[in-house]
Design a protein around this ligand. Structure first.
Ligand SMILES: *Cc1c(COP(=O)(O)O)cnc(C)c1O
Length: 368
């Protein structure tokens, strides 16, 4: 049985007619940049996220960048984040001339260890970017309390967590801003790049709207130095269609994860742990095993695709050499990079496929 890590064609088949109709309407309007399609999508997604404001932007990366710009992060400032995340989280900090300060992660949740944040705060610290990795929200109660005590901005990197909640609150509502990505592999994805910033602070929403369009307000009068961070109307139209399916897809991912969990219980394959107060959207179903590379090879020999998110922590990347980190500085993140393996969990998988993947993984350990 062949099991890919993701099958976007299966999702496309379910939305093809509606998506094509929506794209066609945008084409008929010939309004391609920040037109009515973007405004309509922003309204719908703000409601979905339980946020007062939603601002469509060009990518998840630009959502982070424009949120940091709106929070007035400047050269020399320090921003605390996790080393176990996609590059963009820290890349955006460095692109503004600020310094990423990496804090190690929790072995169970893979998210930033909130208990280690306070010791890294200096007089230069301006913000914290927690990442809700693989669809599970970081410990936001502790993180926002620390931020309040030290007067720091909190920008949630929710690129992998749209629809996830903690204590009944959806991500993007804990910090000052929530940053989302609609990259094709994300739980809610466009037909290309796209992103979103959510906020409940009116002044921040206004600043981000201005910054995403070069800083102009009104047209050709520049209040600030922004960029072209606009969301395409075509993407907004597709995303508005797919948004109606998102809860159903996320629920299917949870069911797939529950089936994996039940098969991996009391086995050498350590299943992802979801906190009792968290509802995950399982952007990835990521297990940890010391024999990761051999397991991945064994799965591949059995036609099962898997993926490694991420093979190298950010504090040890060549581009951050000047920050002066060395191997051993953030041991949990370093260990996870050699032990994590993400298994197929996308909504269209059949229970038979999940069972086949899980049984094959156990077969690697001689369990059947
Ligand atoms: C995908 C992702 C991003 C970047 O989003 P793009 O839309 O690809 O620019 C940022 N952070 C995390 C954690 C991501 O997974």
């Amino acid at each position: 049985m062949q099991v890919p890590i993701l099958d976007l064609k299966a999702q496309y088949a379910a939305v093809r007619n509606e998506a094509m109709q929506a794209i066609s309407e945008v084409c008929e309007s010939q309004s391609f940049a920040l037109g009515p399609a973007v405004a309509e999508f922003e309204e719908k997604i703000a409601a979905y996220c339980d946020s007062k404001h939603a601002i469509g932007v060009s990518s998840g990366t630009d959502a982070l960048l424009v949120s940091l710009m709106a929070s007035e992060i400047k050269p020399g400032d320090e921003v605390i984040t996790t080393p176990f995340t996609f590059f963009a989280t820290a890349g955006c900090i460095a692109r503004l001339g600020a310094k990423p300060v990496f804090v190690d992660v929790e072995i169970d949740s893979y998210n930033i260890d909130a208990g280690l944040i306070e010791e890294k705060i200096t007089e230069k610290t301006r913000a914290i970017i927690p990442v809700h990795l693989f669809g599970q929200i970081a410990q936001m109660k502790v993180i926002t309390e620390i931020a309040q005590r030290h007067n720091l901005a909190v920008i949630e990197d929710a690129a992998q967590a749209i629809g996830a909640s903690q204590d009944g609150i959806k991500c993007g509502n804990f910090g000052d801003c929530g940053c989302f990505s609609f990259y094709p592999t994300k739980n809610l994805s466009g037909f290309g790049d796209g992103g979103l910033v959510t906020t409940n602070t009116e002044s921040l929403a206004e600043r981000i709207r201005i910054l995403r369009d070069h800083g102009q307000n009104p047209r050709y009068f520049y209040k600030a130095i922004g960029g072209n961070f606009r969301l395409d109307s075509v993407q907004a139209a597709v995303l508005a269609v797919k948004l109606r399916y998102l809860d159903g897809w996320n629920e299917k991912r949870r069911q797939n994860a529950a089936l994996y969990d039940s098969i991996f219980a009391n086995s050498p394959v350590r299943a992802p742990e979801i906190g009792a107060n968290n509802v995950s959207i399982y952007h990835q179903y990521t297990v940890t095993v010391p024999e990761r590379d051999q397991l991945q090879k064994f799965l591949a020999e059995n036609q099962i695709s898997s993926a490694i998110f991420y093979p190298k922590p950010l504090h040890l990347q060549d581009c951050f050499k000047e920050l002066g980190y060395k191997r051993g500085d953030l041991p949990v993140a370093e260990r996870l990079c050699s032990e994590v393996l993400s298994l197929p969990v996308y909504p269209e998988l059949s229970p038979d496929q999940i069972e086949y993947v899980a049984r094959t993984a156990l077969e690697f350990y001689g369990i059947n």
